[in-house]
Design a protein around this ligand. Structure first.
Ligand code: HEM
Length: 400
């Protein structure tokens, strides 16, 4: 019999929400056989797991892969550490990656976004179909990160392919079949590049993010070269496609409810709240794993020690037990007290401010210029991944 949770199935990928509902209602702790892992699908259970790293450890990685860290030949990055090592590293990283540094990017990002809108308008004027995801949402986070990290203009063209290679490997959960060839070479090239940047910043301080990270000091502790490199890796792997998909999902969701789209275009002060609603309904990160450090019994089912447990954020964020009977519906004015779009607990997304800034600027400009912007879902292509939800291609409508 088919498994109710089959993230490798195209029908599930197209619409995972009925399966999530069945899991929440009938089997809140579910065992998947091949590959072997367990799922948690209710909001309260996922929330509790993210906040209990002593039981649900990140140290074995976040996918089903039994040796995710070894597969890429990496030392553990921030996202794969447990307290207390994680706590110390996060404090140091937070010293360099501050909300002030993020906020300072707004003007530069807005200029970039306007230029991308002008590109799409030109494509439409020439009789073509602009691709909202490829031409608009995707370039923005790569640009923002390159800018933040201090990648000079001349090297920006190399940065884009590295980002794509890394996100492709990640979407596959670093599966052995994809761990060969060009993508792995591209990631190695990216590491070598940032290794050189770090060495240069150590020799000569600078005020970009890598400069700030190499200089950060808390209680006499400093970040090692690997810590800085690992942080760059997590930012690129976790901060690009996720942000792009938040923007694209937002436009797609609004195209499903034109009254709410009109409301948002007329009152951009609603956009920051709406972004959380987009993330709740169509989260860029649908699932991430932990490994149990002891047997855990939940809803009468025992999960053994050493088991991979997938926290289904995409399901938890639509749980009626948390969000009420309208949990499945878009409401850009919904008051959201807590959600799992950026996870929770020790690993709560450190880039959430940057992601929200980019998505806000993107939607303010896009809805301002084209209040009827929409998407052609019939000709769209989705990412196929158990972990992320989003687009490869999403043709735009209503531009021009
Ligand atoms: C909409 C966009 C984004 C989403 C949905 C998202 C989602 C997440 C999630 C779910 C986690 C938690 C992982 C866990 O619990 O194991 C996380 C952590 C993280 N994110 Fe994001 N993220 C986004 C954007 C960004 C951006 C823009 C950056 C930085 C440039 C970033 C950097 C990070 C880092 C460094 C961590 C690790 C934090 C830690 O382990 O302490 N993310 N993100």
């Amino acid at each position: 019999m088919a498994d109710v949770y089959d993230p490798f199935d195209a029908a599930f990928q197209a619409d995972p929400y009925p399966a999530y509902r069945r899991l929440r209602d009938d089997e809140p702790v579910h065992r998947h056989d091949d590959p072997p892992f367990w799922t948690l699908s209710r909001f309260a259970d996922v929330w509790a797991a993210t906040r209990d790293p002593a039981t649900f450890s990140s140290a074995q990685g976040l996918t089903f892969h039994p040796d995710e860290i070894g597969a890429l030949g990496l030392a553990p990055t921030l996202v794969m550490l447990d307290p207390p090592r994680h706590t110390a590293l996060r404090r140091l990283v937070g010293h360099g990656f501050t909300p002030r540094r993020t906020a300072a990017l707004e003007g530069t990002l807005r200029e970039f976004v306007r230029a991308r809108i002008a590109d799409m308008e030109r494509t439409a004027a020439d009789g073509g179909t602009p691709d909202l995801h490829r031409d608009f949402s995707s370039p923005l986070p790569a640009f923002a990160l390159a800018h933040l990290l201090g990648v000079p203009e001349a090297d920006r063209a190399r940065f884009g392919p590295w980002v794509r290679a890394l996100t492709t490997l990640q979407d596959d959960g670093f599966a052995p079949a994809s761990m060969a060839g060009d993508a792995v070479d591209a990631v190695a090239e990216m590491f070598a590049y940032f290794g050189d940047v770090i060495a240069a910043r150590r020799a000569e301080p600078s005020d970009d993010l890598i400069g700030a990270l190499t200089a950060a000091e808390v209680d006499g502790g400093r970040l090692t070269d690997w810590d800085v490199l690992g942080f760059c890796f997590v930012m690129v792997a976790g901060g690009t496609d996720t942000t792009a998909n938040l923007i694209s999902h937002g436009v797609a969701l609004l195209d499903g409810d034109h009254a709410q789209r009109e409301r948002l275009a007329a009152d951009p002060s609603l956009i920051p709240g709406a972004l959380l609603e987009f993330l709740r309904l169509e989260g860029s990160v649908q699932a991430l794993g932990r490994t149990t450090t002891r047997p855990v019994t939940l809803h009468g089912t025992e999960i053994p020690e050493g088991a991979k447990v997938m926290m289904l954020f995409g399901s938890a964020n639509r749980d009626e037990r948390e969000f009420g009977p309208s949990a499945d519906r878009l409401d850009v004015t919904r008051t959201i007290h807590r959600h799992l779009g950026f996870s929770s607990g020790a690993h709560f997304c450190i880039g959430s401010h940057l992601a929200k800034l980019q998505a806000r600027v993107a939607l303010e400009e896009l809805l301002g210029a084209h209040p009827r912007v929409g998407v052609d879902l019939d000709n769209a292509e989705r990412i196929m991944s158990p972990f992320t939800r989003g687009w490869v291609s999403l043709p735009a409508t209503g531009i021009g």
